[in-house]
Design a protein around this ligand. Sequence first.
Ligand SMILES: Nc1ccn([C@@H]2O[C@H](COP(=O)(O)OP(=O)(O)OP(=O)(O)O)[C@@H](O)[C@H]2O)c(=O)n1
Ligand SMILES: C[C@](O)(CO)[C@H](O)COP(=O)(O)O
Length: 230
Amino acid sequence: MVTAIIPAAGQGKRMGKEINKVFIPLGNRPLIAHTVLALAQCPEINQIIVAAAVHEIKIMSDILANSNIGKEWRIVAGGTERQYSIANALKTVPDGTDIVIVHDGARALIEPPLVTRVIEVARQYKAAALAMPVKETIKLVNEAGLTIGDPAPRKMLWAMQTPQAFEAGLLLKAYACAERDGFIGTDDAGLVERLGTAVKIVTGSYRNIKITSPEDLLLAEMLSNKRREL
Ligand SMILES: Nc1ccn([C@@H]2O[C@H](COP(=O)(O)OP(=O)(O)OP(=O)(O)O)[C@@H](O)[C@H]2O)c(=O)n1
Ligand SMILES: C[C@](O)(CO)[C@H](O)COP(=O)(O)O
C-alpha cells in the first residue's frame, strides 16, 4: 500500500503574495489542486495526506472537497519547517503502508508516469528520488561573496526534485534520527542518506518545477497551457 504525503503548509514568502502560493490559481484551479489530482491519478497511490498550516486547514479542506480527488485523502496540521510538516503527516500514515512518497505541494506540474516510476524504483532500491542534471556551473562561494572552488564535476551534480519515495520503515527511522539529532535537511533523501542508505536517482523532468518565485508562476502558466494544447 502506498501513502503520499504532500507538504503544503509553507508561507510562500519568496512568491511575495499575501496568500500561501499553493492557493494561487493556475488555469482553472489552485496550484494545490493540480498537485493532489496528479498524484490521485497514479493507480499505485492508495491515500493522500496533505499538511496544511493550522489557519489554512479550512480553505485547504474546501478546495480538496471540491476537487473530485477520487482517492482517500486527509489533512494534517503542518509545522514551522517543511520537515516538521512531513513529520506530522508521517505520524498518521496508516498501518499496512509499505511505501511512502513525499511530493511538494508547490510542484504542481508533476506528470503521473514519473510518480509511478519513482514508486517502482523505491520498491527495488528502498529509496528513490527524481532529480535532473544541473545545467549551470555550480561554485562554492563564501560569506564575503568570493569563490572558494567547485563542489564536484558538473556531470556528477543533480538538482533534487520530488516526488521522493521510500520504504515506510526506512523513512520513519530517518525522521526519528533527524529529530533526535536536531538535523534539518532540505529534502527527505538527505535524511535517509544520513542512515547510510544511498538513494537511487530517477531522471525527472525540467518541467517539474517547484513554483517558488513569481517567474516560476509565469513558466508554470506557459507549461500548463502548452500541456492543454497537446
Ligand atoms: N513549514 C513548511 C514549509 C514548507 N512546506 C511546503 O514544502 C513545499 C516546498 O517548500 P517551498 O517551496 O520552500 O515553500 P514555502 O516554504 O512555502 O516557500 P518560502 O520558503 O518562499 O516561504 C511547499 O509545498 C510548502 O508548502 C510545508 O509544508 N511546511
Ligand atoms: C525537496 C525539494 O523540493 C527538492 O528540490 C527542495 O529541496 C525543497 O526546498 P525548499 O527549501 O523547501 O525550497
